[in-house]
Ligand binder design. Structure first.
Ligand code: AMP
Ligand code: GLY
Length: 427
């Protein structure tokens, strides 16, 4: 049976989802809300405008478009209960309920959950006042550097790794007094600083079982050599050799299984993708964060590795029964390089005409994934900070990297830039 499928979101992650679903024979027709210029060009796909942060608007759209199945990209609609709204109306949707999405939308919830279920993570304190937080960072309770996190959703900007007490107090005040993150900072979590390489590990769960995806590594800083401010992500690669088969089994046993079982035991059965942000410390893998969605830019390299069975697996997970479901995954290296607008992650210009997209897509093994793009007067122009992810598949990491940069170099717009060292560590 084929299904009309709706994808919620309009970034590169959603383009990767749409591209993966569009080549799945189980999806007959795709609607994307709101989508972007690249998504609109995928075969059998239409983009429709709606407020992605409004669960009722999304439900109304699913009804008027008569979609059979909905896949949610970003965390905001999940945190606001889009899965609950669809569930109450008897519509199938892939993504956790609002209560389950607190694994991402409240760091205090996530930490208490991990503590309760014995899931290894950094030692922490939840603080509800500035005084309490300043006391927590004084003395040697956590040592330095110490990590200060706004409790709620802060678009990836709510975490400070503070080198000393002065910096930690400044971060606390920024969140709790200046209220830089609004209500998201009315509670803060103070954490011991862990050391080690970071890996993004995704599993698709039906509430009882979990299907793992190849693990990825992403690059958060804007400049080569991990310098400059944090961004939404400047590139990624998969599969990372850091997560060996033995280590993956350990992560499944010590982290993923207790998390899925713990959520069910707590009455918040987790159906959706669980993003486990791991730090591989000398004492073993530790959870840095849980997210309730695919990562961006990790999705752009991981989703194309699922060669068949994605749509069926997502729908089976949404229905709560992955028994007997599998997918075919390639082990070929995938490398994704983000092309961004000059000035990003600060202020940047929009409306720049993008040249060379077709020539870039002609490089063997390359796929151009759109984020901040729109069509204007027959041309594709920029409309965001992160504009494109150029994704290349290769027989080796070296080949994938060379292909990705050959394609990046064929693309140009006024002010465009990309990191030049994506994947270098595994080359
Ligand atoms: P989060 O939003 O929780 O993923 O944090 C953003 C980034 O801050 C992570 O990707 C890490 O690089 C860093 N970070 C968060 N928590 C810790 C920690 N306990 N120790 C060291 N680095 C951390
Ligand atoms: N790449 C990090 C994230 O999606 O949160």
């Amino acid at each position: 049976m084929t299904m009309r499928t709706m994808v919620v979101g309009g970034g590169a992650r959603e383009h990767a989802l749409v591209a993966a679903l569009a080549r799945d024979p189980e999806c007959s027709e795709l609607v994307c809300v709101p989508g972007n210029a690249g998504i609109a060009a995928e075969p059998g796909t239409r983009c429709v405008a709606a407020d992605v942060g409004d669960p009722r608007a999304l439900l109304a759209l699913a009804e008027s478009e008569a979609v059979d199945f909905t896949v949610v990209g970003p965390e905001l609609p999940l945190a606001r209960g889009v899965a609950d709204a669809f569930g109450a109306a008897g519509r199938e949707l892939f993504g956790p309920t609002g209560a389950a999405a607190r694994l991402e939308s409240s760091k205090a919830f996530a930490k208490a959950f991990m503590q309760r279920h014995g899931i290894p993570t950094a030692r922490h304190a939840v603080c509800t006042s500035e005084r309490e937080a300043c006391e927590a960072v004084a003395g040697d309770r956590f040592g330095f550097p110490v990590v200060v996190k706004a409790d709620g959703l802060a678009a990836g900007k709510g975490v400070t790794v503070a080198a000393d007490r002065t910096a930690a107090v400044a971060a606390v005040r920024e969140a709790m007094v200046a209220r830089r993150f609004g209500d998201a900072g009315s509670r803060v979590v103070i954490e011991e600083c862990l050391v080690g390489p970071e890996v993004s590990f995704f599993v698709v769960s039906d509430g009882r079982r979990a299907l793992p995806l190849p693990a990825a590594q992403d690059y958060k800083r804007v400049a080569d050599g991990d310098r400059g401010p944090n961004t939404g992500g400047m590139g990624a690669f998969a599969p990372t050799p850091l997560l060996t088969p033995d280590l993956e089994r350990r992560v499944m046993r010590e982290i993923v299984t207790p998390a899925i079982e713990g959520m069910r035991a707590d009455g918040h059965e987790y159906r959706g993708v669980l993003y486990v942000g791991l730090m591989l410390t000398s004492a073993g893998p530790r959870v840095i964060e849980f997210n309730v969605r695919f990562g961006d830019p990790e999705a752009q390299v991981v989703l194309p590795m699922i060669e068949s069975g994605l749509a069926g697996a997502l729908r089976a997970a949404a229905r709560g029964n992955l028994d007997g479901v599998s997918w075919r995954v390639t082990g070929d290296p995938h490398v994704g390089v983000v092309v961004a607008s000059g000035g990003y992650p600060g202020a940047y210009a929009a409306g720049r005409v993008i040249a060379g997209l077709d020539a870039a897509a002609d490089v063997p093994g390359v796929r151009i994934v759109h984020a901040g793009t729109r069509r204007q007067d027959g041309e594709i122009v920029t409309s965001g900070g992160r504009v494109l992810t150029v994704v290349a598949r290769g027989g080796s990491f070296g080949q994938a990297i060379d292909r990705a940069y050959e394609a990046v170099d064929r693309i140009s717009f006024d002010g465009s830039f990309a990191r030049r060292d994506i994947g270098r560590a595994v080359r």
